[in-house]
Design a protein. Structure first.
Length: 727
């Protein structure tokens, strides 16, 4: 298990005045021990050791790719250190040089959680771990632990395809990116999610650890222990090989890492037969967005701007199109696609391309007429309108300059751009083309371009570098997209309250829906196609604030109600799937684009036995329905839609190419326990004395037991009972 246990750490927890005695010690040594211990404790005002568990934390865990491990871990028995609060950079001196009680556990202010400070902490052995508090308000200078050039090497640009654009040579997409998420730390790092718990720790520090005029504080000191030991080491190649050896030779196999995987959600405007290949002559407009996000900490991924605003806009556009009266007459079909795991080198889109190429998907790449991707489409119209800054309402159209050099592709791209910009005429949001010489931003579309010259466009709110200052961080929250509610609303009122953000996104969705209608061959007036701000506001509430709301409850299957939690929704792709986000995107899409059909529960759950159900064309879901106003019972019903899931597991694992540079190889390590706690620790000398005494007594008692055992027949001789049966 590699470096497990090799980490520095205090032995402070071992040995103390209240060692519990093993039962086999017997009464005599126990008495002896009790006397001794009482003696050694006398005169020391050591308080009872009380552990306070920290209940609201998120750890940084280890992820692995083909060649590296990233993230954090503790030693196998957890890492311990004396707490030191660091709120200004000067406070670091105590930890790094002056403090007399290393190693230290640092309680780091969120504003100092940056590359510079972390490099200093990495370079010292005086730090045993880190607890980071959330900065409130979010750091104004921006914060992104992601890379400056996200998903580099897995997009389309490489030495063979537009080498001048590879490695973000032309545009650095995420300039504030510190890359912290992609570094390897050999000490544990936890996020303190609850300000009240942070306060408890600070109080303990203030009461016990504050240095008094230059000299160090007196024992007992307030200490923290963090457990986040990881089973996997080195790389995906190593850990997957280990998994497979274990599975082959061990009766009780123990997996050390799991590939990141989930499901993509997709549906079509016109139903298609999912159990056969669609006609090669059928054309599809593919609309895509990602639904996952990431941050430095495990399962902390609010992704408000980086994922939610775009997929919500996409869902609203799908609804608007389905509601239009003449869409069944459109000559081209439209496919709505929601990719999972895109953060980790395009897991979802690379798998779909792979499946299409290998004929494992109803569509082939040749069926894709054109591609429209929504990628960070948050533009806040209302704010800008108020200050009369019209250019705040521009949505940028990004295209691939390399494929546009092809004389067949260029006119198709031009046509696509014209249709899109015409659709925004008269709307408050304007679509504008970025310069021809700029490559595509990191996007799922790049994976399709790798396979085939498909005409396509990526819509985003940034012309060059991201506008989002909190890309893939814990600060990409509803506040980051200006979501504001008036005070004093009930949860139900909040769900329905139409925010300005929702109004802005509705205008974007309207423009997109109208453009899609045109792209699919629609010639009629599009003014009737209109996205609904009310559904958008409900989606934003559900995906960003609280999943457990009346709308989400009414549209999911009864056996899935456990996925609706009261905590803040997170959009991290996981290893046990589908995750909450995937299910909810699936059922929201079914609700917005499906129809309620008059089937009984029995018929709905077994469409293959139901006449005229066309099981291959539709998906049927028996959903909970909403609560009757005056009772506690729900009225369930059957929803028919074209929504389906497709696997989002990187082809690298399908092909068992764990060292792949073509496909994502990210895996997540397994762990036994993740835990954090604080307690008071006595002085080292005292603990060592207690430990030595404890060991001495143990040896004594062993000798005594041995002696008593050996002479048992003499000591405890029982008079023979003449009547007893003898053998
Ligand atoms: C990077 O871009 C510059 C122009 O912006 C170009 O001169 C240079 O050759 C490019 N680098 C590579 C490695 O292509
Ligand atoms: C694995 O991740 C590390 C850290 O981000 C990166 O430097 C390396 O290039 C990645 N390896 C592959 C094969 O992508
Ligand atoms: C934190 O403490 C305050 C005051 O005691 C309390 O009002 C608040 O609800 C607590 N917050 C949480 C998240 O527990
Ligand atoms: C965590 O929960 C336990 C049990 O409910 C409680 O005793 C403890 O004080 C909590 N921790 C903090 C830091 O509030
Ligand atoms: C544009 O914004 C204005 C001001 O909020 C609003 O009144 C108008 O309806 C919007 N126009 C469109 C086409 O949505
Ligand atoms: C241009 O694209 C078409 C369609 O993708 C392809 O068949 C053709 O070979 C490409 N032409 C060149 C010169 O690359
Ligand atoms: C457009 O409107 C005409 C006349 O109302 C109708 O015949 C046609 O089916 C409509 N739909 C499309 C897609 O053009
Ligand atoms: C996600 O689902 C799990 C159960 O699968 C549930 O415990 C958790 O609360 C859910 N999370 C949210 C944010 O609703
Ligand atoms: C969608 O949800 C709403 C609110 O629960 C409900 O009234 C409507 O019938 C649902 N539509 C479908 C197609 O499920
Ligand atoms: C639904 O079906 C049942 C029996 O199949 C029928 O009695 C009922 O009238 C139907 N309801 C509607 C609204 O069509
Ligand atoms: C769908 O395709 C399968 C396989 O080709 C075929 O057996 C089935 O009848 C088709 N279903 C419909 C509704 O066309
Ligand atoms: C619910 O209860 C209220 C007051 O008891 C009554 O006025 C209302 O009609 C009831 N609604 C339904 C749908 O039964």
């Amino acid at each position: 298990m590699g470096r497990a246990g090799g980490r520095r750490g205090m032995t402070a927890v071992v040995g103390s005045c209240w060692i519990s005695l093993p039962a086999w010690c017997g009464p005599l040594p126990a008495l002896l021990l009790a006397l001794l211990v009482a003696g050694s404790c006398e005169g020391n005002s050591v308080e009872r050791k009380i552990y306070i568990p920290l209940n609201k934390t998120a750890p940084c865990v280890r992820l692995l790719n083909a060649t590296h491990q990233i993230g954090c871990q503790s030693s196998i028995s957890g890492d311990t250190g004396v707490i030191h609060v660091v709120e200004k950079e000067e406070d670091l001196n105590w930890v790094l040089a002056d403090g007399p009680h290393p190693p230290y556990m640092i309680l780091l202010d969120g504003n100092l959680f940056n590359g510079k400070v972390m490099q200093q902490l990495k370079g010292t052995s005086r730090v045993s771990g880190l607890a980071v508090s959330v900065a409130k308000p979010s750091p104004p200078q921006g914060f992104s632990p992601g890379l400056k050039c996200p998903n580099d090497g897995f997009g389309v640009y490489s030495k063979d395809y537009g080498p001048q654009y590879a490695h973000c040579n032309r545009t650095v997409w995420n300039p504030v990116g510190s890359g912290l998420s992609y570094e390897d730390f050999d000490f544990p790092i936890f996020l303190l999610e609850d300000a009240n718990e942070t306060q408890v720790i600070k109080q303990c520090y203030q009461d016990h650890n504050v240095p008094t005029d230059g000299s160090g504080p007196e024992y007992p000191l307030c200490a923290m222990q963090l457990f986040s030991h990881m089973h996997a080491v080195t790389s995906t190649v190593t850990c997957m090989r280990r998994n497979s050896i274990q599975n082959t030779f061990s009766i009780n196999p123990e997996t050390v890492c799991d590939p990141l995987l989930d499901y993509n959600v997709w549906s079509t405007l016109h139903p298609i037969n999912a159990s056969e290949k669609v006609d090669p002559k059928k054309e599809f407009i593919m609309v895509a967005t990602r639904i996952d996000s990431h941050s430095f900490f495990w399962n902390i991924a609010p992704g408000a701007e980086s994922a939610v605003s775009s997929f919500v806009t996409h869902l609203a556009a799908a609804e608007a199109l389905h509601k239009a009266s003449d869409v069944h007459l459109l000559q081209r079909n439209i496919m709505f696609t929601f990719f999972q795991g895109e953060t980790f080198d395009y897991i979802g889109s690379s798998r779909m391309v792979y499946d299409m190429e290998k004929d494992k998907f109803p569509l082939r790449l040749e069926n894709i007429h054109s591609f429209v991707e929504l990628n960070q489409v948050f533009c806040f119209l209302y704010l800008f309108l108020q200050v009369a800054l019209r250019n705040g309402s521009i949505l940028w159209m990004h295209t691939d300059p390399v494929s546009r050099l092809n004389a067949t592709v260029e006119p198709q791209v031009k046509n696509l751009l014209d249709i899109l910009s015409n659709s925004s005429v008269g709307a408050n949001v304007t679509l504008q083309e970025v310069g021809f010489s700029q490559p595509l931003p990191p996007s799922s579309f790049q994976r399709f371009l790798r396979a085939r010259h498909i005409p396509g466009v990526v819509l985003s709110d940034h012309q060059a570098s991201f506008q989002n200052r909190y890309y893939q961080s814990m600060y990409d929250t509803p506040e980051n997209i200006q979501m504001q509610y008036p005070e004093g609303l009930s949860p139900e009122e909040t769900l329905e309250y139409v925010t300005d953000t929702a109004k802005s996104l509705a205008e974007v969705a309207t423009v997109v829906a109208r453009a899609l209608y045109r792209l699919a061959g629609g010639a009629n007036d599009t003014s009737a196609i209109q996205a609904d701000p009310k559904t958008i506001t409900q989606m934003l509430y559900g995906f960003l604030i609280k999943m457990n709301n009346s709308w989400f409850q009414s549209i999911i299957k009864p056996d899935l109600k456990g996925i609706l939690g009261d905590e803040v929704p997170q959009h991290y792709v996981a290893v046990s799937s589908p995750v909450n986000t995937t299910y909810l995107v699936q059922y929201v899409l079914a609700n917005l684009t499906g129809t309620v059909v008059n089937l009984t529960k029995e018929e709905c759950l077994n469409p293959e036995k139901t006449p005229n159900a066309e099981k291959e064309m539709y998906d049927y879901a028996w959903v909970q329905g909403s609560l009757d106003p005056n009772s506690t019972s729900r009225v369930p019903y059957c929803v028919r839609s074209t929504v389906r899931l497709s696997k989002a597991l990187s082809p690298a694992f399908e092909l068992r190419e764990w060292g792949s540079t073509e496909y994502s190889t990210w895996t997540e390590s397994r762990w036994k326990e993740i835990r954090a706690r604080i307690f008071l620790v006595a002085s080292k000398e005292l603990e060592i004395i207690t430990l030595v005494v404890g060991i001495a007594i143990l040896v004594l008692s062993l000798i005594a037991t041995h002696f008593i055992n050996a002479k048992a027949d003499v000591l405890f001789s029982i008079p023979r009972d003449p009547g007893a049966v003898s053998y």
